[in-house]
Design a protein around this ligand. Structure first.
Ligand code: CA
Length: 226
């Protein structure tokens, strides 16, 4: 009987086999080096922070934001309303906001004002928060001065249940600086380097403007906490 497998054929088959295996290994390696989302051991604590929605919601979304930051204004106008409509209003998600002071004195005035309103009249907080972002000029660059004590007091004047002279006093005396510092501590603890940074439970959203990504993380978390 004549054996048909010549050494030449064997070599070709072996070489092809090796090439296929190497290609598969390279493909698998590329798969596993896809960047992973940053996940902390614990979600940021939300007690003492302004809260929108159900305090016992299974999923918490936290925005690290700065009233001086144009992207934060844009996020609050474009993404937050979608979250409210789909998840916050029905109790599955709650939302809180942590102050970030990346733009100096104006960020500080905004933060002190917001903390002061939260203390004086918690039910007015989100109205004030929204109106302060609305007051940010559309075409502002970071160097434009607009977030002044007068501007903040003006906004408070338009909200009947707020005492605007009490607010002015509170900002001038830095009454709520401890709360502002508490937020800065969270900013450091969670390595926040840009605003807005958005976290869903323990996870940092890679692109806070990618609503589909936000949705898929929320759905995942809702299933996990069912
Ligand atoms: Ca705070």
């Amino acid at each position: 009987m004549n054996k048909t497998t010549s050494p030449m054929k064997m070599a070709v088959v072996l070489t092809l086999g090796i090439i296929i295996i190497l290609t598969l290994l390279i493909l698998l390696k590329n798969y596993s080096t896809t960047p992973e989302a940053v996940v902390f051991d614990e979600q940021p604590p939300i007690s003492g922070q302004p809260l929108l929605g159900n305090v016992d919601a299974p999923v918490s979304v936290v925005e690290f934001g700065d009233f001086k930051c144009p992207s934060c204004k844009a996020w609050g106008e474009a993404v937050l309303p979608l979250l409210e409509e789909e998840y916050i209003n029905n109790g599955s998600v709650n939302f809180s906001y942590v102050n970030v002071l990346f733009h100096g004195e104006e960020s500080e005035i905004g933060s002190l004002a917001a903390e002061s309103v939260l203390k004086q009249s918690p039910s007015d907080y989100w109205t004030f928060h929204k109106q302060l972002f609305e007051a940010q000029p559309e075409s502002q660059n970071h160097d434009n001065l607009w977030l002044t004590i007068d501007a903040v007091v003006d906004i408070a004047n338009g909200i009947p249940s707020l005492d605007s002279s009490l607010l002015r006093e509170s900002i001038e005396q830095q009454d709520e600086i401890a709360e502002v510092n508490k937020d800065t501590q969270l900013v450091n603890e969670y390595n926040v380097t840009s605003t807005p940074t958005v976290m869903i439970n323990e996870k940092v959203v890679e692109d806070p403007f990618d609503y589909e990504m936000i949705k898929s993380i929320i759905e995942e978390e809702l299933q996990e906490h069912e």
